[in-house]
Each structure stands twice: as structure tokens, then as C-alpha cells.
Design a protein around this ligand. Structure first.
Ligand code: ASP
Length: 358
């Protein structure tokens, strides 16, 4: 009889009251990074070269993951991950940037905070060691979103950035790529089959998202050409309501599709639909990892259909860290509070599921 009364009482108890006994799930964090996508030839990559890239990716991943695991912000984590890749000559960002047609290195970068959608970007800067930090300073210390060229450099000096000599950015491998391109009348895609742009996206334990991207652009760029990397909505986007995205690839196509915003818009529409269908019942269902992957794949298919290639990384508010690319490889890595920690280069090297679906 007593048992029966308990059962009836339990059945009548509102679901919320029952849930109160359950300990809240531990807050999640999640991080994904990329070091560029492109036609990467497995056979042409020596074990030493592969090990060097993997070590550089792991270093960037660890730097960002440490910030998140210690309760730091998504913003700080993406900067911590991007800076070592800008400083590494292996990637086409900061030191090791590709050369313009005129033999200079012109750097583009952008950053966005998903909490308030504040954003900063710089294009065509030549004397700033870590363009991601200048983009962030535009975000936090100016009324603007995007500064370019000499004006961006004057702003940097005003904000206390050291002037880095242009020679710092130059590497023999990138100079040789420009020379090959000029000598053989090749396009940037022929000489520079792996692009090498860097980016990071993160979710912190407070539930905030952030995204950042940094690049030297494409070999042999002329006439002040700017790609997608510094353009908010194309190469970078973050919105706590949907996701954080950083892109890499043939920038002209990413600009035309508005890749980063397009992916976030699809996730947000899905999330809003789920909330509507749940008719106010809290907590309402969330976008699943497989759905988010599909949205990213759909947008990358759109890029491909126009003739472009490349890839994206994204992190969702649920902590799913996702890659999508239509090239043979993308330098990439991801780490989450659920124990995922991996770096990969070629297609098909990821663990099947980074985080259990929900
Ligand atoms: N998206 C960059 C650009 O077009 C290049 C890259 O990702 O490697 O400038």
C-alpha cells in the first residue's frame, strides 16, 4: 500500500520537481582548430613534415584547450590557439604568410564574440606580428568592425602594437612558390595547393562561443585583393544562438556564399523551429551533431557547386566540434571536455564521432 502511494505521488509530481534531484550536467567546453585546407598529397608528405604539422597543430590545440579547461573564455581560447599558428612558419598566417604579386606579405584576420556578436577585422596589414590580436583590438577598442592597410597599421601603433619588420614574415618556401607561379604563369591554386590559413572556434563553460581566422591570403594576390578570412559572415562568424565558424579555402567562393553566416543561419533556423515545436516546454530539444554536420556539408557543397573548394570548422552550443571540407585534406584538431583530443591532416582520419550524439 505504502509503495502504491509512493508510486502515485511520483506519477503526479511535475517533471521539473523530479529533475531537481538530478545533479546538473557538468558545464561543457569544446574547441576546434584548422591550419588550412587544400589538395594534400599523402605520398608527397614525408614523415618528418607530417610530424612537424601534427606537433604544431597539437601545440595550438593544447594552448586553447588549457584556457577552456581552466574555465577561461572562448575568446581567450581561440586567441591562445591562433597565436602559435601565426608564429609558426608552417602556416599561411603571420610568419610564413604567402607573398603577393609584388613580393610583400599582406595579412588579413577577423574575430567574433558569439555572446554579443561584437566583431573586429583587419585587411592588408604588413607590420603586425599577430593580426588576430589587432582584429580583437578593433573589436574591443574601436567603434568599427574592419580596418585596412595603412590605417589599420596606424591604429595598431596608437594602441601600442610593436612595428614588426616586413622581413619577419617572409620564408624561403613561400617566396619560391611566388617565383614558380610567376615563371610558369600558374594560378595561385596550382602553386599553393595547400592553403594554410589558420582558425579556431570555441565554446566555453559559460556557454559562450567565439571564432577567429588569420591568413596571408593567396599567393600572387594583386590589386589589394582581399579574401573571405577578414570578412565577418564569410570567413568567420559566431553567435551564441547557433554556432561559431572559421573557414579556409578559395576565398572568392566563400565570399559569394557567405559561408560562415550561412551555416550559422541554418543552425539558428533549426533551433528556432525546435523551440517552436516544443511549445514552450523547457528544456526544448537542441540541434543534434548530425544535423549540424549536415548543415555544414550542405554549405560546403554549395561552394563546390560554384567551383570553389576548402573547408570549415564549427562548434555548437552543445559542444559538438565539427569539420567539413571538400578538399583531400585539412590541417585540423579538436578537443572537448568529454575527452576528445585529436589532430588530423587527410580526409577520413577523424574518429567517427567526436562527441556522443544527443
Ligand atoms: N581563404 C583564404 C583567402 O582566400 C585562403 C585560405 O584559406 O587559405 O584569402
Amino acid at each position: 500500500m505504502k509503495n502504491l502511494i509512493t508510486l502515485i505521488a511520483l506519477a503526479l509530481m511535475p517533471a521539473a520537481a523530479l529533475a531537481q534531484d538530478d545533479a546538473p550536467p557538468p558545464p561543457k567546453w569544446s574547441l576546434a582548430i584548422h591550419g588550412g585546407a587544400g589538395t594534400l598529397n599523402r605520398d608527397a608528405m614525408t614523415p618528418e613534415r607530417r610530424a612537424a604539422y601534427e606537433a604544431a597543430l597539437q601545440q595550438a590545440l593544447d594552448a586553447g584547450a588549457k584556457v577552456l579547461a581552466e574555465g577561461g573564455s572562448a575568446m581567450d581560447a581561440i586567441k591562445a590557439a591562433i597565436i602559435p599558428m601565426e608564429d609558426s612558419p608552417l602556416f599561411n598566417a603571420g610568419k610564413g604568410a604567402v607573398f603577393t604579386w609584388d613580393g610583400t606579405n599582406e595579412l588579413d584576420s577577423s574575430i567574433m564574440d558569439g555572446r554579443d556578436r561584437s566583431a573586429g577585422a583587419v585587411a592588408g596589414v604588413k607590420t603586425v606580428k599577430n593580426p588576430i590580436l589587432l582584429a580583437d583590438t578593433v573589436r574591443t577598442q574601436s567603434e568599427h568592425v574592419m580596418l585596412m592597410g595603412a590605417g589599420a597599421e596606424a591604429f595598431a601603433v596608437e594602441k601600442g602594437f610593436a612595428v614588426t619588420p616586413p622581413e619577419y614574415f617572409a620564408t624561403p618556401a613561400r617566396r619560391e612558390a611566388l617565383e614558380r607561379m610567376k615563371a610558369r604563369q600558374l594560378s595561385a591554386l596550382d602553386v599553393d595547393l595547400k592553403f594554410g590559413t589558420v582558425g579556431a572556434v570555441a565554446l566555453d563553460m559559460e556557454g559562450n562561443l567565439a571564432a577567429g581566422t588569420s591568413t596571408g591570403g593567396m599567393t600572387g594576390k594583386r590589386w589589394g585583393r582581399v579574401g573571405d578570412a577578414p570578412v565577418i559572415g564569410a570567413g568567420t562568424y559566431a553567435d551564441n544562438r547557433s554556432c561559431a565558424v572559421s573557414a579556409t579555402g578559395w576565398g572568392e567562393y566563400f565570399l559569394r556564399v557567405g559561408v560562415a553566416h550561412e551555416i550559422c543561419a541554418k543552425l539558428r533556423a533549426r533551433q528556432e523551429l525546435l523551440a517552436l515545436l516544443a511549445a514552450g516546454v523547457e528544456p526544448h530539444p537542441v540541434v543534434k551533431q548530425a544535423e549540424a554536420q549536415n548543415f555544414a556539408d550542405e554549405v560546403m557543397a554549395d561552394v563546390k557547386q560554384l567551383g570553389g573548394d576548402g573547408g570549415v570548422i564549427l562548434v555548437t552550443p552543445e559542444g559538438d566540434a565539427i569539420f567539413s571540407f571538400n578538399t583531400s585534406g585539412m590541417y585540423r584538431g579538436r578537443a572537448t571536455s568529454e575527452g576528445v583530443n585529436e589532430v588530423a591532416i587527410f580526409g577520413g582520419e577523424d574518429k567517427v564521432s567526436a562527441t556522443p550524439d544527443h
